[in-house]
Every structure is written in C-alpha cells, then in structure tokens.
Design a protein around this ligand. Structure first.
Ligand SMILES: CC(C)(COP(=O)(O)OP(=O)(O)OC[C@H]1O[C@@H](n2cnc3c(N)ncnc32)[C@H](O)[C@@H]1OP(=O)(O)O)[C@@H](O)C(=O)NCCC(=O)NCCS
Length: 185
C-alpha cells in the first residue's frame, strides 16, 4: 500500500471472543509504538495480560479488521455508571497502516459511543513528541495541556441525540453481520 491510500477493511466493536486478535494486534506493535501507547516500553507478557483484562464492562473497544486480523484499535476505558462518566481513550494503528485515516475514523466512532453513554469528558494521554496523536486529537476538538513528558487531551462529547443512538445501533448491527460472515471457520 502507498501512503494516504484508503485502508480496506471493516470497523466494528470487539467482543470477548476477539481477545486473541486484539492481543496479536498489540503484540505486532514495535518498541516505539508500544512506548507511545503505554507510556513506557512493555514486554509481550505485559501485553498478553493487558489484553486478557481489556474486555471489561467499563470499556468499549473498536477495531479495524483486515480479514480476521486487527490492524488498528481504539479503546474507551474507565466508563462508570455515573450519570456523567469520564473515560480514557487510546488508539493504536500498526505501522504500515498509518496515515490512511484509521485513527481518525476510529476516533469519530469512539466519540459517538462516548456520547451515547453520556460521557462528559474523554482524556487522551500521549507522549510530548507524539505530534500525530496530538494532531488527530485537535482535529476532534481536544484541548491539549502540555506537561514535561506527556500531553493530556480533553474532549467533551455532545449529549446523546436520536441520530447518534441510531448511528451507533446501525453500525453495531452492520458489525455483527460482518463478524458472523467473516468469523474464522
Ligand atoms: C497516533 C496514531 C494512532 C495515528 O494513527 P493514523 O491512523 O496514522 O492517524 P490518521 O491517519 O487518522 O491521521 C494522521 C494525521 O496526522 C498527520 N500527521 C502525520 N504525521 C504528522 C506529524 N509528524 N505531526 C503532526 N501531524 C502529523 C497526518 O497528516 C494526518 O492528518 P489529517 O487527518 O489532517 O490528514 C498511530 O501513529 C499510532 O498507533 N501510534 C502508536 C500508538 C500511539 O501513539 N497511540 C496514541 C497514544 S494512546
């Protein structure tokens, strides 16, 4: 693929049965990407543990699939059942799939999921040198505050609307059908 190509594939929400595909996606990240994602260099066993516990009631994970392989993922974690919960978001895109708009597409969908759960604020933490993530966050209206080593982006999703509920419901239904058709036999 050449730069700026549209990334072929589908985006859908993950289920616990996708755990190993999610783990394998994170394991394919190189050292620099792991540091960017987790804020420190992390081992394969850390990633395996992380993926094992990632599918919690308080989290939503969206992913871009190329066939049965996840090439990019966006996580919304820490959702509580409070009336206006806050949550943390994180995105990972495999190196050869970058600069094709995947993080932006995932971010757009993650924001709708957050909106529909009445999340009042989303936090995104990235390293200071991570200009790409800061650019993507800014595109979605994040306010960035700079620390010595890291940058915190804050987003305020809108209140749910019939259109946002319909959009997520429609995408979930599509995702379910796609998953059933493409599930590895
Ligand atoms: C950060 C990351 C998720 C971006 O993914 P991506 O799919 O390449 O992002 P997109 O293609 O949607 O958008 C990239 C944008 O950044 C711009 N960009 C590229 N290089 C840039 C740079 N050095 N500085 C600023 N912007 C840059 C692109 O032009 C594009 O802008 P546009 O949408 O206005 O056209 C990906 O690089 C990644 O996974 N990094 C490792 C993990 C990580 O850092 N996660 C974030 C912390 S949680």
């Amino acid at each position: 693929m050449s730069g700026n190509d549209q990334a072929a594939g589908t985006i859908r929400k993950l289920w616990p049965a996708d755990r190993s595909a999610f783990r394998d996606h994170l394991l394919r990240l190189d050292e620099a990407s792991r540091r960017s994602r987790f804020g420190a260099p992390v081992s394969d066993s850390f990633i395996a543990d992380y993926a094992r516990t990632a599918f919690r009631l308080d989290s939503i994970i969206l992913a871009h699939f190329e066939g049965s392989r996840i090439r990019a993922a966006a996580e919304l974690r820490g959702l509580s059942f409070a009336f206006t919960p806050t949550a943390e978001a994180a995105i990972t895109v495999e190196t050869t799939w970058r600069n094709r708009g995947l993080a932006s597409q995932l971010m757009d969908r993650l924001l709708v999921s957050a909106q529909n759960r009445r999340v009042s604020q989303i936090y995104m933490i990235c390293l200071r040198e991570n200009g790409v993530m800061q650019h993507v966050a800014r595109k979605f209206g994040a306010r960035l505050s700079f620390d010595q080593d890291e940058v915190i982006g804050k987003l305020d999703p809108a209140w749910p609307t019939p259109a946002s509920l319909l959009r997520e419901g429609w995408q979930d239904a599509n995702g379910f059908v796609t998953a059933v058709i493409e599930w590895p036999q």
